[in-house]
Design a protein around this ligand. Structure first.
Ligand SMILES: Cc1cc2nc3c(=O)[nH]c(=O)nc-3n(C[C@H](O)[C@H](O)[C@H](O)COP(=O)(O)OP(=O)(O)OC[C@H]3O[C@@H](n4cnc5c(N)ncnc54)[C@H](O)[C@@H]3O)c2cc1C
Length: 364
């Protein structure tokens, strides 16, 4: 049995804690805020899980393993915080992201249905798509209820006896020695230190000081009355126009949420978590060309989060000495959290080399 020290109580850190407990290790969790922390990228009503990953075969394959990892978590928690709405990618041009996802689905045998424009609009009557567009529906996929998951997972690991240190900010890590120095100068050491600090990583580890962090603000939206049922009962949408626009269906007590890559900008958590009143309308504007009664959509609330994203677009799970850093989680990692947690601990237990773990996480 080893001692695993985890920095950060987002989906990654908590999933590492659970995997370590399941494999018989002692765990200390260090979190600078509360557990759960509403400022973490992992904390929101929902996050999407979807197979559509363009031509990234490694990540498409990984989604199947992620579903299995979620099933094991539901068994442990005794509750399934997931609504399988299906996910629909929209293709507007030849060789776009959705078209490349279709090629990947065919190659890997991912279950799907191709819908012409009329069929997409029958399934999603709220949409108003241009001539020649079509849809790629994956029946497996939908909304993971993120904050419910994080809250329950935090309770689960706490009930199983981890040492839970809230308001314990890690100030320095010595990767070779597996030591973490806290604000009061106390040193916490482990056989393995896992740094899952989200967008706060550049402040903590000098080797990552230059890694780019981004602010992403998504908008909860009230749709026109006429299309409420269509949104509630329809699939989550991906790649609805330029900028990777996506919509998460309002399901099981959650709201309809619009997100757009066009609304992402460089930023870091110290910039704060407030949004300007105009931002909701800006997010909705990216969807407007594709919506019926577009002017009837009202912004309800913005949710601001931060994540690390470098140009590679690949997750980075990097070992140095007794330390593993999980980063470059982008707007993508929630769906893979339990899977990544399990793999990090399998590697610690000698079932996979650090180099293989690194390659796998990078989607090769
Ligand atoms: C708006 C938005 C939408 C997204 N949509 C999706 C989606 O639809 N699907 C999907 O799969 N992914 C999505 N993502 C990405 C996903 O949410 C993140 O990749 C994932 O939650 C990252 O988890 P994490 O545990 O690495 O980081 P976080 O959840 O940010 O957790 C990091 C934790 O570390 C703590 N911490 C940091 N520094 C220290 C320190 N020095 N000492 C102690 N504690 C520290 C923080 O307080 C925080 O609690 C989205 C992200 C955002 C922001």
């Amino acid at each position: 049995m080893g001692h695993v020290v985890v920095v950060g109580a987002g989906i990654v850190g908590l999933s590492v804690c659970r995997a370590a407990l399941l494999n018989g290790h002692a765990v200390t969790l260090l979190e600078q805020g509360t557990i759960s922390n509403p400022s973490a990228a992992s904390y929101d009503q929902h996050r999407m899980i979807r197979y559509q990953y363009g031509d990234a075969e490694g990540y498409t394959r990984m989604v199947g393993d992620a579903f299995d990892a979620w099933d094991r978590l539901w068994d442990d928690l005794g509750v399934r915080h997931f609504s399988n709405t299906g996910t629909m990618g929209i293709s507007l041009a030849a060789e776009d992201y959705t078209a490349r996802s279709l090629s990947t689905f065919r190659k890997l045998g991912i279950q799907h249905e191709v819908l012409d424009r009329e069929a997409v609009e029958r399934t999603c009557p709220q949409l108003n798509l241009p001539e020649g567009s079509w849809g790629l529906l994956a029946p497996a996929g939908g909304a993971l209820f993120a904050s419910r998951i994080v809250d329950d997972l935090a309770r689960w690991v706490t009930a199983r006896g981890i040492e839970n240190r809230v308001h314990s900010k890690a100030m320095r890590v010595d990767p070779a020695r597996g030591e973490v120095v806290l604000e009061d100068g106390a040193i916490v050491s482990g056989d393995l230190v896992v740094v899952a600090a989200g967008a706060w990583l550049p402040e903590l580890l000098p080797d990552y000081a230059g890694i780019p962090t981004f602010r992403q603000a998504v908008c909860y939206v009230e749709p026109p009355e006429e299309y409420l049922d269509a949104w509630c009962n329809g699939p989550c949408l991906t790649d609805l126009g330029p900028g990777d626009n996506y919509a998460i269906s309002p399901t099981q007590g959650t709201g309809l949420k619009f997100g757009s890559g066009n609304h992402r900008k460089r930023g870091r958590p110290s910039d704060g978590f407030r949004a300007q009143p105009s931002e909701g309308h800006e997010v909705i504007r990216h969807f407007s060309p594709f919506l019926r009664q577009a002017d009837q959509y009202k912004p309800v609330r913005m949710q601001v989060g931060y994540y690390v994203m470098d140009a590679s677009g690949r997750f980075r799970v990097e070992a140095q000495g007794r330390t593993v850093v999980v980063t470059n989680c982008d707007g993508q990692m929630f769906k893979f959290g339990p899977l990544i947690g399990a793999r990090v601990i399998e590697s610690f237990d000698g079932k996979q080399s650090a180099a293989d773990l690194n390659r796998w996480a990078a989607g090769y």
